[in-house]
Design a protein around this ligand. Structure first.
Ligand code: I3S
Length: 126
């Protein structure tokens, strides 16, 4: 597809709903607070939007992200001992912000893992 982010410059690589909790801010551990979130992967950013509750798909002009993280130098792994949930992605920014991203669908989690990892890899060489 050829949709664009609000700045019109970056192609949206992927968007969709995942369960999310931030677990660290600047290296400081946070208490988990799982919530559904709408994610948009575009350019060098992963953006978190209020979950549109599946009713309408996210559109580029519909809203501003609640938060956004820079994927440059970020790391992604499968969370092992960080949650009792299944298919949990552990995502860390260079600034020490850490998130868990989860779907009950293994396929959905796998697709997000590969997409985010692909952007992180691409940014290493640009
Ligand atoms: O790492 P934890 O402490 O087992 O995470 C659980 C807590 O965040 C829990 O909330 P309370 O601290 O209010 O009990 C959540 O309800 C659980 O979902 C968290 O564990 P999971 O394994 O779901 O990430």
């Amino acid at each position: 597809s050829s949709s664009h982010s609000p700045d019109g410059l970056h192609r949206v690589e992927k968007s969709g709903q995942l369960n999310k909790t931030k677990i660290a801010e600047g290296g400081r551990k946070l208490r988990k607070c799982w919530a559904s979130s709408w994610l948009v992967l575009a350019g060098n950013s992963l953006m978190f939007y209020k979950d549109p509750k599946g009713a309408a798909a996210w559109t580029p002009s519909s809203s501003r992200p609640e938060s956004s993280v820079d994927l440059r130098g970020a790391r992604i792994d499968w969370a092992r001992d960080l949650s009792s949930k299944r298919n949990v992605i552990h995502f860390r920014t260079v600034t020490g912000n850490e998130y868990l991203l989860q779907s009950d669908s293994e396929t959905v989690s796998q697709e997000w893992y590969q997409a985010i990892k692909g952007v992180i890899r691409r940014l290493v060489t640009t």
